[in-house]
Design a protein around this ligand. Sequence first.
Ligand code: ATP
Ligand code: MG
Length: 767
Amino acid sequence: MSHSFEDALSEAALPASGEPAYLKGLNPHQREAVLSQDGPVLVLAGAGTGKTRVLTTRLAHLLHSRKAYPGQILAVTFTNKAAREMKERIGMLIGGVVEGMQWLGTFHSIGARMLRRHAELAGLKSNFTILDTDDQLRLIKQVVKAADLDEKRHPPRQLAALIDRWKNRGWLPADVPNGEAYGYAAGKGALLYAAYQQRLLDLNTADFGDLLLAPIKILRENPDVLEEYRRRFVYMLVDEYQDTNIAQHQWLKLLADPRHNICCVGDDDQSIYGWRGAEVDNILSFERDYPGAKVVRLERNYRSTPEILSAASGLIKENRGRHGKTLWTEAAEGDRVTVLSVWDAEEEARQIADELELLPKKGERLASAAILVRASHQMREFEERFVAVGLPYRVIGGPRFYERQEIRDALAYLRVVHQGDDDLAFERIVNKPKRGIGDKALQDIQTAARRMGVSLGMAARRLADSDEITGKARTSLRQLMDGFDRWRIAAGSLPHVDLATLVLEESGYVEMWQADKSVEAEGRLENLKELIRSMEGFENLQGFLEHVSLVMEAEQNETGDKVSIMTLHGAKGLEFDTVFLPGWEEGLFPSQRSMDENGLAGLEEERRLAYVGITRGKKRVQISHAANRRTHGLWQSAIPSRFVSELPPGAVELKEGLGGGGFNARQGFSENRWSNADFSSSYDSPGWKRAQSNVRPGMQRPRAPLIEAQATIVSSDPDSAGFGRGDEVLHAKFGRGKVTHADGNKLTVRFQDGSEKKVIAAFLNRA
Ligand code: ATP
Ligand code: MG
């Protein structure tokens, strides 16, 4: 098996025809990194220099030269998507499908796999569930409550953040230093952390941090297990090493010792997860961790035009704490990076949609373009516009889809079917839809469970058959528990997709949304359908639930030519011909929160994020900023991001948004002597009121969400309500009705279903 570096080099010296084709395209430095097979290797290089390509080729080469079997290579990628792509690329390089790469994936997925194999060593059963952040918080709340702490003075969220941070550092409860533990409830932090861990074990569940922390503990405490893995992983490869945290670093080090056949690639300028505990020091101290490491630097960028590269390099130069790097390219000159200024997010979305629509006409694919946002709330505007004009898109990154309320509810049902003692899931759905099992009944169940030392489900089953609970709650509980019995039996024979449909229908959950007349209900039903569809790709319920817990990308319908929308964080490592970077405004990007919490370090991390964004582009990059943005329901005037002014002027071209045929905001403004300064913080501001009263007939109002806009007008001018007794009206939610009483803009309306409701005129239209 052993095959020295010298051998490898002489292999490289073979005549071109004698070496595998995948080596041919590499430059000498990349080649060196691929061919130094044994011993530690670090590739520390800027964006687009081929680090990931080196890693993939190296993996292919290890397999091709029979240095290791697929099952003997541990390869860590940043996302599940990256893992899939890597498998595909390796398949292309060495031909055929790559079977048996069981240990290629994200830290989370590999950690989960390891933990399942040895769950009992960590006090878990191998069918443990993985807790998502929402459930994690609920559990922490329970722990805080059980300790009789005042939730207001000691917010559970704060404890959750601390525990997360401790886990990222590889600390078990006993490891938390006193000073740190003082960060919560006068030193109770570590105790509560221990209590929380115990609760996790009781529930047979692990949170994300545990997926690595528990394996570290297992490896440390069980030398035979450690030995097994050290023997198994002959080679280790890690992408995006700059974003590993301390726990990940410890886990890698445990496995890599003493052989040190580890190759890490990364770029300190792209470290963007400091807020999640990433330690850029890991990459900078690689040579200390692995003495004698070969360090390879790559300088040629193969991805972007010189203009894009120069914009990115100019920007990142502003960061002080960095090791300077040179990047050069032989790519032909291209377009300058454009900076577009628009009126608001709606115009931004419209402009970008217009440009995207031109792509297919120019013979380019939509899939070659991406919109990278700083904050996920920016996405909705694009989604709405794209839906309106029928532009195919997909949202990538973040577990958003699975975080939606209806999806989480549906998953909770499935989790209880799958694992009867999943208390958190049980709590979530026991009274959803409302079936008369209120807080009181739930408390009874909880007390019973505690007294009997059983799960909530089990306790509920028993209570339902007793007289402890009476009336509606009892009948409903019995119905629900009978349902679970039935569904579990069905699970034995029914395909999981059909099972899910059955559960959601019989439980009354689907009906609940069908009966809901709110605007979102329809979308929620669509999402539920989408959930069922997404289950088809899995062998069974367990596989699906596991996927959901792990998935970092919301993969909605992967096929087809679609533009991608994702966060900047999610875009790391990816590349697109055309990249749109919207929302470059102070406060949004750089994010105010990040600067408030971490000062200069926060700002520099934001700047690295901007660098990541620009360097995703191969041919075209367009940055945009709006003069007004609505955040948390309030309109705010915005000023362009400082990052815009930090771009080297030579690489940039300024562009004015002209609103594409809609209301020309800027003209409207000058006519009415509005200034941006007037247009501040909220609808109640004098600026906004003035704006409203300056609107003349025939002229479109400045864009604002319809309802609020109307509401404001109504309140500043009661006459405009204009509804009187006897008028036939239409209400968005309640439907058609007749006004029975009018008092300014406050009306009483009798609706067709016979109900009488007090409504605000702003929500009514004439029927
Ligand atoms: P990032 O820092 O963004 O993760 P990276 O360093 O991992 O970037 P890659 O994604 O591996 O860079 O490569 C960037 C692009 O350059 C890819 O399209 C890749 O195929 C191409 N590339 C890399 N090396 C070469 C080469 N030697 N010849 C031609 N193209 C190359
Ligand atoms: Mg990469």
